[in-house]
Design a protein around this ligand. Structure first.
Ligand SMILES: Cc1cc2nc3c(=O)[nH]c(=O)nc-3n(C[C@H](O)[C@H](O)[C@H](O)COP(=O)(O)OP(=O)(O)OC[C@H]3O[C@@H](n4cnc5c(N)ncnc54)[C@H](O)[C@@H]3O)c2cc1C
Length: 544
C-alpha cells in the first residue's frame, strides 16, 4: 500500500469533516445548543475523531522506517478506507442532518477515485495478508518510534511488565486482590509515578509520550494492577501544577513522584456523576485542635484505590449556595492511612470519620473502587489546592487533571487491546480444528488483520495526542478523542479475541476473559462515553 492511496482518502474525509463541522456550528449556535441536537453532535464528534485517527495513522506511516514497521502503509490505508466507508454510509443516511447535498457527496466520498480506494483498502485479501503477517510476528507491537530514548523506555518497561506484573495479574483478577505493595515499590523505584512531574519537583520530566509508552506496556500486563496505578498520580500532578501553590508543589509532587504517597481521585457521588458541577459533598470552614481548616461531610462513590491510598484528591463544595454550581467547588488533598481489604474505617483523633466499602465489579480488579462516607472529617487549610486562591477553582483544576487522565486512558486502552491481540495470535497458532491451526483459516487471518489495523489507529491517535500535549497542555480535545476511540477499540478487539478463543475465551483462567471485562470500564470513567462526546469533544469542536 502506498502513500498515494491514503492521502486522497484522508483529504476527502477532512473535507467532509469541515462541512459537517460548519453545519453543526450553525445548527448549535457555535456549540451553545448542543443539547438541542445531541444525536447529530455525537455523530459529528465521532466522525471527526475517526478522521483524526486516520490522519494520525497516515502521518505515522509516512514517517515510519519501513524496515522497522513494514506494515505501516497498509495499516494506514486500510484504516482510512474503513473510515471512509463508514463515513459515507453515515453521511448518506443522515444527509440533511449533516447539512450536505447529494452533489457534495458525489464529488467527495462518492467520487470514483474514493470508491476505488475504499474497495482496495477494504479488500479482504489485503486485510488477510496483514493478518497473516501479524500472526507470523506473534502479534508483537514493534511500531516505529522516533528516537532512542522512546525505544529504550518501551523496551525496559516491557521487560518489567512481563517479568513483574504479568505473572501475578491473573491471580489478582481472579481473587479480587489488592495490588501488592512490593509491586508498587518496584514501580516507584523505576520512576513510574513521576513521569509527568517536572525534574525540579523530583520527577522524571519525561513528557507525555514516554508516559504513554509506559502506560501501554503496563496495561498490557494488567490494566488495574499496573497501568492504572499511574493514572491517579498523573491527575493530581496536573491539577497541582496548574493550581497548587509553590509550597504545595514542593510538598506533594516529590512524594507523588517517589511513590511515597498513593493517590485516589474522588469526584463522583452516589447521586452525581456526569453533572460534576452539582457535587454535593461539603467542606465547611472549621477549627479543630487550634488548626484552621475544613470539615468534610457527605458521600462519594466509585473512588478507586481509596483504601490503599495515602491521599484522596477530593472535589467538595465550599460554597453552599446551590446556584454557585461549578464555581462553588474546591479541590482538597485529604490525608488518610492506607488500608488493605474491601472495607475500611479511618478515625481521626479529632473525631472525624471516613469509611469506605468497595463495590464488587466483574473486572478492573486490583485497586478496588469504594463508596465513601465523610463525617466531620478534618482537612487542614493548607491542603486546599491553591489555598485561599484555589477556593472555587476545584472544578477547573479537576477538569485539567481529567484531561491528563484521558490521554493516559488512550494508552491504557491501547495496551489492553494489544495484550488481547498477542494472546489471540498465540491461541490461534496453537489451537487446531478440522485438522488445521485456527491461524490458517481465512476468516481468522482477516479478523486478526482488522484487530491490528484498529490497534494501530488507536495507538497513533494516542501518540499524536501525547505529542500535542507535550507542545501545549491545552491540547485537551486531542486527549479526549484518544480516550474515546481507543476505549472503543479495546472493547471491540478484546471481544473479537474472546470469540477466537471459543469456549476458552469465557473461562476465568484465560487472560482474554480478563481483558474483555477490563475493557468494559474504559468508556465509563473520566467522562462516560456520551458525556465525553457531547460535553468535551463536541463542545471543543463546535465552540468558539
Ligand atoms: C470501576 C469504576 C471506577 C471508577 N473510578 C472513579 C474514581 O476513581 N473517581 C471518581 O470520581 N469516579 C470514578 N468512577 C465513576 C465514573 O467516573 C462515573 O461512573 C462516570 O463519570 C459516569 O457517572 P455516573 O455513573 O453517575 O453516570 P450518569 O452521569 O448517571 O450517566 C449515565 C448515562 O446517562 C446518560 N446521560 C447522563 N447525562 C446526560 C446528558 N446530559 N445528555 C445525554 N445523556 C446523558 C449517558 O448515557 C450516561 O452514560 C468510576 C467508575 C467505575 C465504574
Amino acid at each position: 500500500m502506498s502513500e498515494d492511496g491514503v492521502k486522497p482518502l484522508v483529504t476527502a474525509l477532512e473535507r467532509v469533516n469541515e462541512k459537517a463541522l460548519e453545519n453543526a456550528r450553525r445548527l448549535t449556535g457555535d456549540g451553545k445548543a448542543i443539547d438541542d441536537f445531541q444525536v447529530q453532535s455525537e455523530r459529528v464528534a465521532y466522525l471527526v475523531t475517526e478522521v483524526r485517527a486516520a490522519k494520525a495513522l497516515a502521518d505515522y506511516a509516512a514517517a515510519a522506517n519501513p524496515e522497522v514497521d513494514p506494515l505501516a502503509p497498509d495499516l494506514a490505508e486500510v484504516f482510512a478506507a474503513e473510515v471512509a466507508a463508514r463515513a459515507r454510509h453515515q453521511v448518506a443516511t443522515h444527509l440533511d442532518d449533516f447539512g450536505l447535498t447529494d452533489s457534495f457527496l458525489t464529488e467527495s466520498l462518492d467520487s470514483a477515485e474514493i470508491r476505488r480506494l475504499v474497495r482496495t483498502g477494504c479488500s479482504e485479501k489485503r486485510i488477510r495478508e496483514i493478518g497473516r503477517r501479524v500472526i507470523a510476528a506473534g502479534g508483537t507491537n514493534s511500531s516505529w518510534l522516533e528516537n532512542e530514548m522512546e525505544q529504550l523506555s518501551r523496551e525496559s518497561v516491557r521487560e518489567f511488565a512481563r517479568t513483574e506484573v504479568e505473572p501475578i495479574a491473573q491471580r489478582i483478577h481472579q481473587n479480587d486482590e489488592l495490588v501488592p505493595d512490593d509491586l508498587i515499590r518496584k514501580m516507584a523505584e523505576l520512576g513510574y509515578f513521576g513521569m509527568s512531574v517536572p525534574e525540579e519537583y523530583g520527577g522524571g520530566g519525561m513528557g507525555n509520550l514516554v508516559m504513554i509508552l509506559t502506560t501501554e506496556e503496563l496495561s498490557a500486563a494488567s490494566l488495574a494492577a499496573a497501568g492504572s496505578l499511574i493514572t491517579r498520580p498523573e491527575i493530581l500532578t496536573k491539577a497541582l501544577l496548574r493550581g497548587g501553590t509553590e509550597a504545595q508543589k514542593k510538598k506533594w509532587l516529590p512524594r507523588v513522584a517517589a511513590g511515597e504517597v498513593m493517590v485516589a481521585i474522588s469526584v463522583t457521588e452516589p447521586d452525581t456523576g456526569s453533572d460534576v458541577a452539582s457535587v454535593k459533598c461539603r467542606a465547611e470552614p472549621g477549627e479543630v485542635g487550634g488548626r484552621k481548616g475544613y470539615l468534610v461531610n457527605g458521600a462519594k462513590a466509585w473512588c478507586t484505590f481509596a483504601g490503599r491510598a495515602d491521599v484522596i484528591a477530593l472535589l467538595a463544595r465550599t460554597d453552599p449556595s446551590p446556584s454557585s454550581g461549578a464555581r462553588g467547588l474546591s479541590l482538597f488533598i485529604v490525608e488518610k492511612d492506607p488500608f488493605a481489604g474491601h472495607q475500611f474505617e479511618m478515625r481521626q483523633a479529632t473525631g472525624g470519620v471516613l469509611h469506605g466499602k468497595a463495590d464488587a465489579t466483574p473486572g478492573y480488579r486490583g485497586m478496588h473502587s469504594y463508596t465513601l462516607g465523610f463525617d466531620g472529617y478534618f482537612v487542614p487549610a493548607e491542603n486546599l489546592v491553591g489555598e485561599d486562591g484555589g477556593k472555587g477553582r476545584g472544578f477547573y483544576l479537576q477538569m485539567e487533571g481529567f484531561a491528563a487522565g484521558r490521554l493516559q486512558t488512550g494508552g491504557r486502552a491501547t495496551g489492553v487491546a494489544q495484550a488481547a491481540l498477542e494472546k489471540t495470535v498465540a491461541y490461534v497458532t496453537e489451537r487446531r480444528q478440522f485438522g488445521n491451526p485456527l491461524a490458517e483459516f481465512q476468516l481468522t487471518q482477516w479478523k486478526i488483520g482488522r484487530m491490528a489495523v484498529e490497534i494501530a489507529a488507536a495507538r497513533q491517535l494516542t501518540y499524536a495526542a501525547a505529542r500535542a500535549m507535550d507542545r501545549s497542555e491545552s491540547a485537551t480535545l486531542e486527549a479526549a478523542m484518544a480516550k474515546l476511540f481507543a476505549s472503543d477499540v479495546a472493547q471491540r478487539v478484546t471481544q473479537e479475541g474472546q470469540l477466537l478463543h471459543g469456549g476458552w475465551g469465557f473461562a476465568e483462567e484465560f487472560p482474554i476473559c480478563r481483558y474483555v471485562l477490563d475493557s468494559l470500564v474504559l468508556p465509563i470513567f473520566e467522562g462516560v462515553k456520551p458525556i465525553l462526546e457531547l460535553k468535551v469533544i463536541a463542545r471543543g469542536l463546535l465552540g468558539k
